[in-house]
Design a protein around this ligand. Structure first.
Ligand SMILES: Cc1cc2nc3c(=O)[nH]c(=O)nc-3n(C[C@H](O)[C@H](O)[C@H](O)COP(=O)(O)OP(=O)(O)OC[C@H]3O[C@@H](n4cnc5c(N)ncnc54)[C@H](O)[C@@H]3O)c2cc1C
Length: 447
């Protein structure tokens, strides 16, 4: 059995930043395994293509580096604020070395105050965010630079899946690979992301790693002419709004705004969901963002991932993929047909979505929450609650199985670290990358 100092599972931002930190600190004998292909071989239109391969979900992401500690994950619950801010600065510095642009978005303090006031008038909370926008087309370049920095300093195996984490007497021993090989390791860092969330959940169950009840986020992608969203996107680029719905008192939030962007499909394990991104240079006439509703389950059902999958499957059953509906049709209780979509003043950027009826897919509770949020947003983006607004369904975030970990992201299995979106502790590029640094730092200290 070959043996390594550290085995890292997953080449997304979390795994890659851990690898970089370890290599920079002189740790030798590191193996990085990634179930997807190498960067050049990645094809976004293949099953799992968006999420799997060198760069993970980051490769085709919008590349918005969100630098506010309260956004993009739960690291603020594990670290003191000053440490997290310092860590985010370190991550930001590395991305800039790799080619991220210097320009920072976030708005001036007076504009942010105004947005806060307007949000309050609509019954919402506005969370200011500072971010750098890499753009989908530039993410690949950054990932290429990252690979150049790592080449020759560790062993990289793509198209290689970790099948099991090996542990004995409460201590990690290595990793079993899908070719039947077993590799020994003093430390294992599991960074399987959303693509590996179901696998991680099963491994965590088998290894008796406890988890925390966490919400599942289900909703729609909203698309409007860019001018409708510009009061928000021009002032703050990414306006994070939180709303507690009138009828159900559910937490509803906006997520991932893409000015002049496009709506895209995401395919995983045979399920098609929607997402959005924007290019730094190529602009469309529309902007999009998600409205997501958080729900937590406890007893007797506590499987948010299965619930989200069930809803996505229903949308796929009816739409043979993703669905799109005009808000006006949803409001009056009728299906959007191809003819009605043709008459829609907002031209859909995702052409393959089937015109349909989201009320056959989303439970009343979610629909009501989404409709109420759109009403509330009128104070900030007039004409958003308009019959010609497009809603694509469904958007589901499968990052919800959150594991119970130490502040250093070590599991109860000694020397097994679980990081990034797959651990349920992060939800974005910066915090995922930061989680890689946290685990690497702990390993460097403990050697
Ligand atoms: C379309 C899209 C747009 C996005 N836009 C943004 C954005 O603008 N800003 C932002 O902050 N975030 C964005 N995100 C989210 C961001 O990409 C993720 O939060 C981030 O990539 C998570 O990093 P990670 O390393 O934890 O996991 P991932 O990036 O998901 O990487 C995990 C990797 O592990 C591999 N893997 C899984 N299981 C195994 C196994 N058993 N063996 C070997 N390999 C395995 C997977 O194939 C994958 O490559 C976007 C996501 C998507 C899909």
């Amino acid at each position: 059995m070959s043996s390594y100092e550290v085995v890292i599972i997953g080449a997304g931002p979390a795994g890659l930043f851990a690898a970089l930190k370890l290599a920079d600190s002189g740790v030798g004998r590191i193996l990085l395994v990634e179930q997807g292909p190498a960067l050049e071989e990645r094809r976004r239109d293949q099953p799992g293509g968006i999420l799997c391969g060198w760069g993970g979900a980051g490769a085709f992401s919008d590349g918005k580096l969100i630098l506010s500690p309260e956004v993009g994950g739960f690291l603020s619950e594990l670290l003191v604020l000053e440490d997290l801010i310092a860590l985010i600065q370190e991550v930001d510095g590395i991305y800039q070395q790799l080619g991220a642009p210097a320009e920072l978005y976030g708005g001036d303090p007076d504009t942010l105050e105004l947005l806060k006031t307007k949000a309050r008038q609509g019954g919402m909370i506005f969370i200011p965010t500072h971010l750098r926008h890499i753009g989908t087309e530039n993410c690949q370049k950054i990932l290429k630079h990252l690979r150049e920095r790592l080449t020759g300093r560790l062993e990289i195996r793509t198209n290689c899946r970790a099948q099991s984490i090996l542990a004995k007497d409460g201590v990690v021993r290595g990793v079993g690979l899908d070719n039947g090989e077993q590799v020994g390791a003093r430390y294992v860092i599991a960074a399987p992301g959303r693509a590996g969330a179901a696998w991680m959940r099963e491994e965590a169950r088998r290894l008796a790693i406890p988890s925390i009840h966490s919400p599942v986020d289900i909703g729609v992608r909203v698309e409007v002419p860019a001018s409708v969203l510009s009061p928000l996107t021009e002032a703050a680029y990414e306006a994070k709004l939180i709303y507690y719905s009138r009828t159900f008192d559910d937490k509803v939030r906006t997520f991932c705004m893409n000015p002049h962007g496009e709506v895209v499909l995401e395919e995983l394990d045979g399920l098609v969901t929607v997402n959005g991104h924007s290019y730094a240079s190529r602009k469309t006439e529309n902007s999009n963002f998600a409205i997501l509703v958080s729900s937590t389950f406890t007893e007797p059902f506590d499987d948010p991932i299965s619930y989200g999958q069930y809803i996505a499957r229903l949308a796929n059953l009816l739409g043979k993929g993703a669905l799109v509906q005009r808000l006006g049709d949803l409001q009056v209780g009728r299906r959007t047909t191809a003819a009605r979509l043709e008459r829609c003043l907002t031209r859909p950027t995702l052409k393959s979505a089937t015109p349909g009826d989201l009320s056959f897919v989303l439970p009343y509770r979610y629909l009501k929450d989404i409709l109420e949020m759109l009403e509330a947003m009128e104070t900030m983006a007039p004409r958003i609650n308009n019959p010609h607004t497009l809603l694509y369904g469904v958007e589901v975030k499968f990052y919800s199985h959150r594991l119970k970990l130490s502040p250093e992201l070590e599991s109860p299995i000694c020397n097994l670290f679980i990081i990034g979106d797959g651990a349920g502790i992060t939800r974005g590029l910066v915090q995922a990358s930061a989680s890689g640094l946290i685990a690497a730092r702990a390993i460097i200290r403990g050697r």
